[in-house]
Design a binder for this molecule. Structure first.
Ligand SMILES: [Zn+2]
Ligand SMILES: [Zn+2]
Length: 408
């Protein structure tokens, strides 16, 4: 009985229990009920992931020492590295924006690379080194907050926007940074989370007595007796469904809706060029790009900054209403909406990065100056709040009381 339950795993999207294949069989496993990917195993994944991580660390060093972007204007040439951009923001007393930039493009990727290196080295030595469980839990928690690709899209938009005032030349630092992002993604795809956890603690089934209600741990996927408050393997909180999921989602969403108003009515940024200052809201910024003939970039800004936030708010409201009264009709449709919302959320941050990058890059004083408007902070908060709302929403609530016979 117990042995039969050991290789079960709970699907985080619908709550169904699925049986895992034997540990070393290559391939992927999808939930039988909702098609969510539960497990992936490739042969020799740890060696391949280690190559990605070590190369990534070397390129990370290059991306921070080589020029990232150079601006050529009249007879001045200004080269910026990633960290000198942070310094430029600090010298303008934009501590909050400098902190956001430093955290998302320097500290978090460095932490990811070093943690992965540590875990992979301990995997190759076939023993868990100290504090591995905290490293892996931290890595998994921060995974969805990774903004590196969004930052790169912001770099692209900035290069196009600045091309009317100066000639913009991408440097070796930017290309190395692009490679780091690709390598980190590859390592994320390669690593076998289940085997990493099993190395830390081979037991992934914890019960106090027989015949108990089991919950899947949201961090390490162990099956844990619901009477235990914390997972014995990764020490995260155990609950049958995310605690106060609907109330928290409502709260984050309400705050996001309130802040959405200043985010769209206040200016995003003030641009001074040749003595004239113009202010742009999100919408007028996209419109300005359109009339100056840069329609692909205008489209990116319009989708990321206008369509995605509105779409997310509407979809989450719909899901909340449905979660209060679950019905079996069009369940998969609702789950797909949730997945799209969760996936696209962070891309709205692109406009905030554009403001930060333009400020960090343009230091020509009287000729061109860029200041952030009131919308930059409120829009950044809207994006973070909608991401928190999506994270708090437990999609298993949509399945509550539905299709009980199939979930056994
Ligand atoms: Zn499922
Ligand atoms: Zn756990």
């Amino acid at each position: 009985m117990i042995a039969a339950k050991r290789n079960l795993v709970e699907c985080a999207h619908c709550g169904a229990f699925n049986r895992l294949p034997p540990g070393d069989r290559p391939g992927r496993l999808f939930c039988y009920r909702c098609d969510h990917r539960l497990h992936r195993h490739r042969p020799q994944w740890s060696q391949h992931a280690l190559v990605c991580v070590v190369t990534g660390l070397i390129l990370f060093l290059l991306s921070n020492t080589q020029p990232f972007i150079s601006l050529e204007m009249a007879d001045q040439v200004l080269s910026t590295t990633l960290l000198s951009g942070v310094q430029a923001l600090l010298s303008r007393e934009e501590v909050f924006l400098a902190g956001l930039l430093l955290l998302s493009i320097f500290l978090l990727p460095l932490m990811q690379l070093l943690t992965l290196l540590y875990l992979l080295l301990s995997r190759l030595q076939a023993r868990a080194m100290p504090a591995s469980r905290y490293g892996l839990a931290l890595l998994l928690r921060f995974e969805r907050w990774n903004m590196l690709e969004v930052f790169l899209l912001g770099v692209l938009v900035t290069i196009v926007k600045l091309s009317d005032v100066a000639q913009v030349v991408p440097g070796a630092g930017l290309y190395s940074f692009l490679a780091v992002v690709l390598l980190l993604n590859a390592a994320g795809v390669l690593i076998n989370r289940r085997q990493l956890w099993q190395q830390i603690d081979g037991n992934d089934y914890f019960v106090l007595a027989g015949n108990v209600e089991l919950s899947g741990c949201s961090v390490c996927n162990a099956l844990v007796d619901q009477r235990l408050r914390y997972c014995p393997r990764c020490h995260s909180r155990i609950a049958r469904r995310q605690l106060h999921s609907l109330q928290r989602t409502w709260g984050f969403l309400a705050a996001a809706i309130v802040l959405y108003i200043p985010a769209n009515t206040l200016p995003m940024m003030y641009t001074t060029s040749f003595g004239a200052t113009r202010s742009d809201t999100i919408l007028s910024g996209a419109h300005h790009l359109l009339v100056t003939g840069q329609w692909p970039i205008a489209l990116i800004v319009f989708v990321a900054s206008i369509l995605v936030p509105i779409g997310k708010i509407v979809v989450l409201l719909y899901l909340l209403v449905r979660a209060h009264r679950p019905t079996p009709v069009r369940l998969m449709h609702r789950l797909r909406l949730y997945r799209v919302t969760e996936f696209v959320g962070r891309w709205s941050m692109v406009d905030v990065y554009v403001v930060i990058l333009m400020m960090a890059l343009v230091q020509f004083g009287v000729i061109a100056n860029i200041e952030p408007g009131g919308a930059a902070l409120s829009f950044g908060c809207v994006v973070v709040l909608t991401m928190l709302a999506a994270e708090s929403f437990d999609p298993r609530l949509l399945w509550e009381g539905v299709d009980e016979t199939a979930s056994g």
